[in-house]
Design a protein around this ligand. Structure first.
Ligand SMILES: *[C@@H]1O[C@H](CO)[C@@H](O)[C@H](O)[C@H]1NC(C)=O
Ligand SMILES: *[C@@H]1O[C@H](CO)[C@@H](O)[C@H](O)[C@H]1NC(C)=O
Ligand SMILES: *[C@@H]1O[C@H](CO)[C@@H](O)[C@H](O)[C@H]1NC(C)=O
Length: 239
């Protein structure tokens, strides 16, 4: 159910078309706000759905340049404000924070916005939305990029092993608790690699993402979880 709402405005920057809009998802009462970027040429290689954590919104993906970067790379990127947050404040969340939302929630978002097969980027809080979607609608997901999502402990190793979607687990070496739990759980995914952000090294190079105007980290490398354990042990030893 629910209609595709109008685009509020449109502007162009260096080959990138940026729009804003809203999408009505059943049960949310109020529409969900989103920002969209796409190549101005209209030639789209793949679609990306950007989710966010509890203290964030689609605005952060705009401010750190991710929407623009993805469009320049030929992607159509849609960053939504999750129910109750950002400019979707009056939309009702389908589940309380920390509990799994119905898998149909993101399915409906993707259907309304014609995003599938979609690459899902899911930090922190958004795990309560993305994980049920991943487990129940693999065919709609082109790739899964979890960034220390919540709720990973609500699924079994067998469930993870049954997911064939290519997954890139983003893990920061300064992530404690949530990062570690989610890494150990997500490592059960059948087809995964891990990208490790070395915070200290990024800091030395002035690339700490929280700093305004910082560039995207170029020091991220892919590692296996065993390798990451080794690095962490070394760090502990060197303290
Ligand atoms: C994992 O995903 C990649 C990217 O789609 C694919 O090339 C590769 O064959 C997959 N590997 C397995 C074991 O399924
Ligand atoms: C998820 O991680 C927690 C904490 O490390 C662990 O107790 C649990 O067994 C893990 N579950 C799976 C399926 O890996
Ligand atoms: C840990 O430190 C040892 C000794 O310096 C080094 O040989 C090894 O490569 C390090 N391991 C990792 C995973 O960085």
């Amino acid at each position: 159910m629910g209609a595709f709402f109008v685009l509020f405005f449109l502007f162009r920057m260096s080959g990138v078309k940026m729009t804003e809009g809203s999408v009505q998802v059943e049960g949310c009462k109020a529409p969900l706000f989103y920002r969209q970027s796409e190549p101005a040429t209209g030639e789209v290689k793949m679609s990306v759905l950007l989710l966010h954590g509890i203290r964030f919104s689609s605005e952060n993906w705009l401010n750190i340049g991710t929407l623009e970067t993805l469009a320049k790379a030929g992607c159509r990127a849609v960053a939504i404000d999750l129910p109750g947050l950002g400019r979707s404040k009056s939309a009702e969340a389908p589940a309380p924070v920390g509990e799994l939302a119905p898998a149909g929630f993101l399915k409906e978002v993707c259907e309304q916005l014609s995003l599938s097969p979609v690459v899902v980027i899911s930090p922190s809080l958004s795990g309560m939305y993305s994980l049920p979607f991943l487990f129940q609608h693999q065919a709609l997901i082109r790739a899964y990029v979890p960034v220390a999502p919540i709720c990973t402990d609500k699924f079994t190793a067998e469930q993870y092993q049954s997911v064939k979607v290519p997954s890139l687990i983003v893990y920061g070496d300064q992530d404690t608790q949530l990062g570690e739990v989610s890494l150990s759980n997500l490592s059960n995914l059948a087809n995964h690699s891990v990208v490790l952000h070395l915070y200290k090294r990024m800091e030395r190079h002035g690339l700490v993402p929280r700093k305004e105007g910082a560039k995207l980290p170029t020091h991220a490398q892919t590692f296996t979880p065993t390798h990451i354990q080794g690095i962490k042990q070394n760090q502990t030893r060197n303290k």
